[in-house]
Design a protein around this ligand. Structure first.
Ligand SMILES: *[C@@H]1O[C@H](CO)[C@@H](O)[C@H](O)[C@H]1NC(C)=O
Length: 322
């Protein structure tokens, strides 16, 4: 009787151990295979980032043929050819800056609306001409910007881990490539675990449901977001994309992409870095910008394509005295 009980107990413990080993192995296998939990409607404040989007336009030779110093990644709406062309004719033309190789690419999702198919055809033609579009198969929309950012990081981690830095910059923003490269070449600028821009150190989480940026407590219970560089322009060392992607499954994705990256950074224990001068990243500058401001800035939000183009031409002229 006693030995039979002990025998049953052994069998029980044995199968428990076997089961645990089996599920642990299965879990790690599924994790490596990137098999995802079935899709659950994320609700209006979460975004669907189930990590199985694909790239459907992705034939740029960038990072595949030779290594670069700086990647400039521009998220842009599929239909916004005008912004892409303006960038291709201004700061996007800069390829060799202070002896460093630089390249600008555009990142987009699927076009929506009635003329989506037509837009897609035009995108293919545009890409055949420039080979600078990276398109993923999620629906491109304001509320899906976090997906766009995460797909940018996925692309960088997969192709450009050997390059030094990546800048993410909005398509309505003026970029002074030379000043950025100068900052990145500065010996005081970290080569790893580095993310910089206009850092918001104390950004309150808005709990008013009628606010555009309302975020519920189940996403973040704290009253403040962890610090993050504002989304219009931030730069990171290229060890970070992989690290951020590694921790991101532990943090519910929501639609404010820059604040979401801040939460990933906090989980990694990597604080963002303030730029050395507060003249470098200008989110809401007083226009028109003076020659002096143009000579000190790295990124400045503009109000139109014409304004951006005009500023870029002025910023190419010999530096103004301040
Ligand atoms: C975001 O993209 C997903 C995948 O394409 C789509 O199902 C969802 O409707 C999109 N959300 C918005 C707000 O566009």
């Amino acid at each position: 009787m006693e030995s039979q009980r002990r025998y049953l107990k052994h069998i029980f413990v044995f199968s428990l151990v076997l089961g645990t080993i089996f599920f642990t192995l299965l879990n790690s296998y599924l994790g490596k295979q990137n098999v995802n939990i079935p899709y659950v409607d994320p609700g209006p404040h979460h975004v669907a980032y189930p990590r199985n989007y694909k790239f459907i336009l992705d034939d740029t030779p960038t990072c595949r043929t030779s290594s670069l110093f700086l990647l400039i990644m521009v998220p842009v709406a599929p239909g916004n050819v005008a912004a892409r062309d303006a960038i291709r004719e201004t700061w996007g033309t800069e390829r060799l800056v202070l002896g460093q190789r630089v390249k600008t690419l555009f990142i987009l999702g699927l076009p929506g609306g009635a003329d989506a198919e037509q837009t897609q055809e035009k995108l293919k033609e545009e890409n055949q001409q420039h080979h600078d579009l990276i398109q993923s198969n999620f629906q491109d929309s304001y509320h899906n910007l976090t997906i766009k950012t995460m797909m940018t990081l996925e692309w960088l981690a997969a192709h450009c881990a050997k390059a030094s830095y990546a800048l993410k910059i909005d398509s309505d923003t003026l970029l002074h490539v030379r000043n950025l490269v100068k900052l990145l070449l500065d010996p005081k600028t970290p080569k790893q675990n580095y993310m910089s821009g206009l850092v918001w150190w104390h950004s309150p989480v808005l709990r008013d449901k009628s606010n555009k940026f309302f975020v519920p407590k189940d996403i973040i219970p704290e009253p403040e977001f962890p610090p993050y560089p504002l989304g219009f322009a931030y730069v990171m060392s290229l060890d970070l994309p992989e690290k951020i992607l590694e921790v991101s499954p532990q943090i519910k994705a929501f639609f404010i992409e820059d604040a979401y990256l801040g939460m990933c950074l906090k989980r990694l224990g990597i604080p963002p870095t303030d730029p050395p001068e507060n003249t470098m990243f200008l989110v809401d500058p007083k226009h028109p910008l003076s020659d002096c401001s143009l000579s000190k800035m790295i990124a400045a939000v503009t109000t139109s394509i014409q304004q951006m183009t005009g500023y870029w031409e002025r910023s190419k002229q010999p530096s103004a005295k301040c």
